[in-house]
Every structure is written in C-alpha cells, then in structure tokens.
Design a protein around this ligand. Structure first.
Ligand code: GLC
Length: 718
C-alpha cells in the first residue's frame, strides 16, 4: 500500500477531520484561535493545517510537534496571504496588472514564493482572480482589473511563478486561485453583499481566469464569501462539484475562506454548524479555515447519516496528496532550512523598484512654458511637495501587507531627497488623509512661492481599499480636494506647474484634478521601493510605461464602467435625444482602460492584417507601424481588440485579445507584430457553448480602449 492508503487505514475520525481543519496560528493572529492553544491539537493530530504564521523558526517548531510528537506524524500545511510579495512588497496586484508583462507577473510571484518558503511556508492564498468593474469595491486593489482575458494571462503567470515547475521544491508554494467565483459584482459595490449576475456574464467574465489557473495546474482554490444568485459559493454544488470537479476535472484542494463555512448560517442556508458542515462537504470543500465546522459538525452528521465516511475520506485524500506533492512528507523542514543570502534580498528590492517604476501610470502630461511638465527639469531649484501621502511610508505598502508589515518602505519624500540632493525639497502635508481639519492648507500654499513645481501627493489611506473597505464615494477623502484647489490656484497664479500623484487601491473619481493638474500620475500603492520608483519617473531616469487596467469613472454614478460593455439599440448620438446617455455626465470614462502616456509621442501609422478570409484553423498575423515623434525614448504598449459586427447574441463593443510592447528612441519607427489564433475568435453562442461563427470581425489596434484611437481592419470569418 502507498503512504496515503496506509495513513487512511490507520487514521481515526478525529485525525481525519484534523486534516480538514486549518486554524490561525497563535503567533500572528491576535484574535482567539479556534483550537485555543493549537499546539496541543497539533500533537493530538486534530489540527492538520495552519495559516497566518511567519518565520521559519515558529513554522518548524509547529512542524516538529506534528511530525515528531503526533501519533501518525503527518506534516502540517502552513499557508499565508502572499498577495504582492512576502516581506519585500511589490506593487499591489491592480498596479502590477497595468504593466502588461507576463514575465514580470511570473517573476514577482517566484520571488515572493522564494521569500515565503524561506519563512517556512508551503502555501499562499493567491492569486486573487476577481475581475472588478466597480471601484467602490475595496478588493479591486488585490485583483487584475476589469478584463477577463487579462485576468487569464495573469492567472497563468502567477500560478507558474508561485508553484514553479516542481511543487516539492524548497522554493515553491501551493498557489490558491481565489475567490471562486464572481465576488466582485457585489450589490452596489458593498463588500460581502449578495451577487446576482447572469449565467452569460459568469461564463464570459468571471470564470475564464479560473479556467486559466486550473489549466496552469493551480494546486488549490478558495470559494468566495459571497452567494451567487442565492447560493453561497461555499456550498455551491453546481459550480464547485459539477463544474469545477466534474466539467473542469479539478482534483486539487478546495480551502474555504476564513470562517466561511460557519457563515452559511448567517447566509440563512444552514440552521447550525452541522448543517453548514454538511453543505460544504457535499459541495466538495476540503479544508475548513477557522470555522471549526468540520471537527464539530461532521461527527454528528455522520451519526445522522447525512454524510458518509467515503465523502470525508475523499477530502482527506486530496489534502494528504497535496502535502505529498509539496514534499512535506519527504522533508517537512525543507522550506526554511536555509536562510536566504543577503544579496538575494537586495536583488529583490532592485526588482521591486523596477516593477514599481513600470506600474506607474502617467495619466496626463501637459506642456507649460514650452516644455512637457514631466520629467521635471534637472535644474529644479525647489520643489513644493504637498499633501498627506508625501511622507507616508506605511501607506506605500497597500492594504494587504502580510509579512511585509514590519518591513520598511520608501516614501515620496525619501525618494526625492535621494534623487535630487541639490534641490530644496519643501514639504507640508496640508491636510490629513481624511478628516475635516484644513488648518494646514495655508502653510502648504505658502510653499509654492519660489518653487519650480508643486508635487501634490494625494489619495487614500492603504486601509481604504482591500478587504472590508468598500467606499460609496471613491473620491479624494477628507479635505484633500480643498488642498488641491488652494495649492493649484496659487501655483498657477505664480505660473508654476502642478503635478498630482494619486495613491489608491482603485481608480478614483477625480474629474477636477484631471482637468486642473498639469500632470497626473496613478501611483497606486507601489510597495517597498515606492518613493525611489516615483522619483525615477519624475526625474526622467525612467520613462513611464504603465497603463491603467481599469476604466476611471467621471462620476460614481457611471459604475460599473468598463470597455467591454454590450451595445445598446440606442447608442449615444448627440443629434438624437432618445439615445443612451446621462443628463449630467458624459458616457465615456475619465481615462479609458489601457490609457497611459510615455515621455515619447507615439504615432500609430499603418495596420496590416493577414489573411483577410479566416477559417478556425488559421492564425491571424497583425502588424502595426509606430513612430516616436517625441524627444524622449519610450516603451509603448499596443493593445489588440476585436469587435464582432454581427453575431447571434450581443457581444461586447470591444474584446481584448492581446498586447505587445515596443521601445522606440526619438524619431525611430518600428513595427509591432501580434498573432491571433482564429480559434480565439469563438464566443459563447445563444446556448452558452463556444461558437466559431461566420461573419465580419473588426481587428482593432491602439494605445488603449479609447475607440477614437484605434486603427481598424475588417476580416471575414468563414
Ligand atoms: C480573508 C480573505 C482571503 C484570505 C483569507 C486568509 O478573509 O477573504 O482572501 O486569503 O481570509 O487570510
């Protein structure tokens, strides 16, 4: 008999349920852990998995209890949220999505895995694959932005990065595709609220990222807290058992979200913990995180004949197999056996700075006094650095810092002072991030006098996004708008430019700033090296290349706003009153998906598409010529969209199908080549099955989803 069969034959029910239980370790969670002091439970074999532990020391200490003191010596699976870096924090996932580079997405996951494994961890609760089109929802910060195709690419890259090619390696972690599925369209953008979407939207928008993760071999998956059309995901038999395990053949481990099994009672579908445990087990949830529903509920359910020991054994086998795949039986101390060398950490910080630079999105860059406002003139004598996010190291880490909580981060002020040692860097916060006190505005305004430029550092506190952080008005908090208006008025009266830098976990509704600032950057939350990366871009040491992975609303009333909207029978037409519009706001976003300027001036010249008549086996070859008419080198990101002219169901106005990058020196021209297998032009027909349909398709190429900026060629599908 193999190891798992031998263990299964020997395990008591309590030991089996221990393998289906994950509790927060006593080391990092201040709240009460379900097992009281989990150490005795680990020795008894009634806790088989831990989360929220950091450090090889504590991890190995717990591991020794399980391996050397428990009856069967089954090693622990220890997991943590390693969402955008472990101790060395990279930009938040929403920011990183805007880099549009699979190699970067994979590389940062690999580096985070190395750092997490060195801390004794074997699992991360990432990647988060929740497509979001609603900036009110705080967890937008943790996700891939608004597009399902982009989400699929990120999913593949992250699973490869975290898991590597050998899950048992000392540097690999089991990844966890979460939160399955369609968590982001919560009612009115309110966290944890009910979700009600169509089957078509579920399959076109929210499932593709998870399909990609499963096809990439993701080891585990986490159902969302939310209900979907009335059925809580933690008990969703049609999607967890029938689609995921049945249709997709996913045989990995499903781990519930934190206490989510017990929350089936609050959802109103379970009368008590026994009910809840039965529902989750029947749906195929293997590990109960923090609810203690399986240990308390399943023995009763067994006696009542509501579940069978075979159903429990199937879950236990999946958990034991995961531990075997991770190499935990062969060497439970492999992860964290040797501390990482200092140069590995130094290199990781260099990577964090480079990734942060590339995540910055230059939303606007006007010309003033016959020059682009950015990059700043090298001879800038004095800079007025104003706003509550200028000297805010902790905020730079973003809302989900995990093990990076006590690690340093570089603020904007830190970065500027290092980059511009000869410049007089004057600072005043002006106002707090939130709150009503605006008594500091006057002092901030006074800094403008004698300055070459004003840098306005505005935005959110890190905890204003992330979990449990929806905002009904995702705009500048507190009195920051008043600060922006006062400082801008003074600066413009003095004839000096205003550069506004926004820090947020979401697109912010900032129409005034977009109109009045001379330059505007989205700096999101860039992680450990934020300040250096921002200074690199402001000074021109690095040319901005980031693009926004989400549309920016002009008003929260436009939400959900995204480029992949379906057409309407009455598209906006200024000449016709009875068309789709608002009385008070333009339909278009403030900034379109994919928008982001460089320090070059890129002109799109010629689009070529071959062949023009296409069958499903063909591959489209697309090339576009670009020319940099600017005075600085630039890396351009080119997007490939398609649009079906006629189809049997209404299809999105644009569908993203690819991107490519091209670096061009001033005056240089070059061409970008993209390939598109015609099979990617299938869509879900009226029966929600993939359909390759004859008809005309527009191939659209351009710098963003802004329709006016796209070159278009029509092909014929045969
Ligand atoms: C949280 C989050 C989930 C996370 C888990 C463990 O509540 O919903 O994303 O992985 O609990 O920390």
């Amino acid at each position: 008999m193999n190891r798992i069969d031998t263990l299964m034959a020997r395990m008591t029910l309590a030991e089996k349920l221990g393998q289906l239980t994950m509790t927060a370790s006593g080391y990092t969670v201040t709240g009460p852990v379900i097992a009281g002091d989990s150490t005795q439970s680990i020795i008894d074999g009634t806790i088989g998995n831990l989360l929220n532990m950091v450090g090889a020391g504590p991890a190995h200490e717990m591991q020794r209890l399980a391996v050397e003191q428990s009856r069967l010596g089954i090693p622990l699976l220890i997991g943590l949220d390693i969402v955008h870096g472990h101790r060395t924090l990279f930009p938040i996932p929403l920011a990183e999505a805007g880099i549009f580079d699979e190699a970067v997405w994979e590389r940062t996951a690999r580096e985070a895995a190395r750092e997490g494994a060195a801390d004794g961890l074997a699992m991360t609760f990432a990647p988060m694959l929740d497509v979001s089109r609603d900036p009110r929802w705080g967890r937008t910060a943790e996700g891939p932005g608004e597009d399902p195709w982009l989400n699929g690419r990120i999913a593949r890259a992250k699973v490869r990065g975290f898991q590597g090619t050998d899950l048992s390696s000392a540097e690999s972690l089991a990844a966890c595709a979460k939160h399955f599925v369609a968590y982001s369209p919560v009612t009115a953008g309110r966290e944890y609220a009910a979700v009600d979407i169509s089957e078509r939207t579920l399959r076109e928008v929210h499932l593709p990222g998870f399909v990609a993760a499963i096809e990439a071999g993701v080891a585990t998956l986490m159902p969302a807290f939310t209900d979907l059309n009335g059925v809580p995901m933690t008990a969703h038999v049609p999607l967890l058992r029938d689609w995921l395990r049945g249709e997709m053949g996913f045989d990995g481990v499903i781990v519930s979200d934190y206490n989510a099994i017990a929350e089936l009672i609050k959802h109103g579908v379970a009368a008590d913990l026994v009910d809840a445990a039965v529902l989750a087990l029947k749906a195929g949830v293997d590990i109960d995180m923090m609810a203690d529903a399986y240990r308390k509920g399943l023995p009763v359910a067994l006696e009542q004949g509501r579940v069978t020991i075979d159903e429990i054994d199937a879950c236990v086998r999946r958990v034991l197999r995961l531990k075997e795949q991770l190499g935990l039986f062969d060497d439970p101390y492999r992860r964290g056996a040797t501390p990482e060398p200092a140069e590995a950490v130094a290199e990781r910080h260099a990577l964090a700075r480079d990734v942060a630079r590339r995540a910055i999105v230059l939303l606007k860059n006007e010309r003033r006094n016959d020059r682009d406002v950015l990059p700043l003139p090298a001879a800038a004598k004095a800079l007025a650095v104003v706003g509550p996010l200028a000297d805010a190291r902790t905020e730079m880490k973003g809302p989900w810092w995990g093990a990076g909580e006590h690690e340093p981060a570089v603020s904007v002020l830190d970065g500027l002072r290092v980059a511009l040692p000869q410049t007089d860097i004057r600072h005043a916060p002006g106002v707090a991030i939130d709150g009503g006190d605006d008594s500091g505005i006057e002092a901030a305004v006074a800094l403008c006098d004698g300055a070459s430029a004003v840098l306005l550092c505005l935005g959110e506190r890190a905890t204003m996004s992330g979990e449990a952080a929806s905002r009904a008005t995702p705009a500048l908090p507190g009195r920051q708008q008043a600060l922006a208006e006062a400082v801008t008025a003074r600066a413009h009266a003095l004839g000096i430019p205003v550069v506004a830098i926004l820090f947020s976990g979401r697109p912010l509704v900032v129409p005034w700033l977009a109109e009045h600032a001379d330059a505007l950057l989205a700096a999101w939350f860039l992680g450990a090296e934020a300040g250096h990366a921002i200074a690199d871009v402001l000074t021109g040491r690095a040319s901005p290349s980031g693009r926004t992975p989400m549309s920016w609303p002009r008003a929260v009333g436009q939400v959900p706003i995204f480029f992949g909207q379906r057409p309407t029978g009455r598209p906006m037409n200024p000449a016709d009153y009875y068309t789709s519009k608002y009385q008070d706001v333009d339909n278009t976003p403030l900034f379109a998906f994919g928008h982001g300027l460089t320090y070059g001036r890129i002109r799109y010249e010629e689009l070529q598409v071959e062949p023009r008549r296409v069958c499903e086996q063909d591959t489209l070859k697309i090339s576009v010529t670009l020319r940099n008419e600017g005075a600085r080198e630039a890396e351009e990101t080119v997007f490939l969209f398609v649009r079906a002219k006629v189809s049997r169901v209404t299809r999105p106005l644009l569908e993203l199908k690819g991107y490519a990058k091209l670096r061009l020196r001033p005056g240089e021209a070059g061409s970008v080549k993209l390939e598109l297998p015609a099979s990617e032009l299938r869509y879900l027909g009226p029966d929600l099955q993939p359909l390759f349909e004859a008809g005309e398709i527009e191939i659209c190429v351009g710098p963003s989803a802004e329709p006016a900026g796209l070159l278009r060629e029509t092909i014929e599908l045969g």
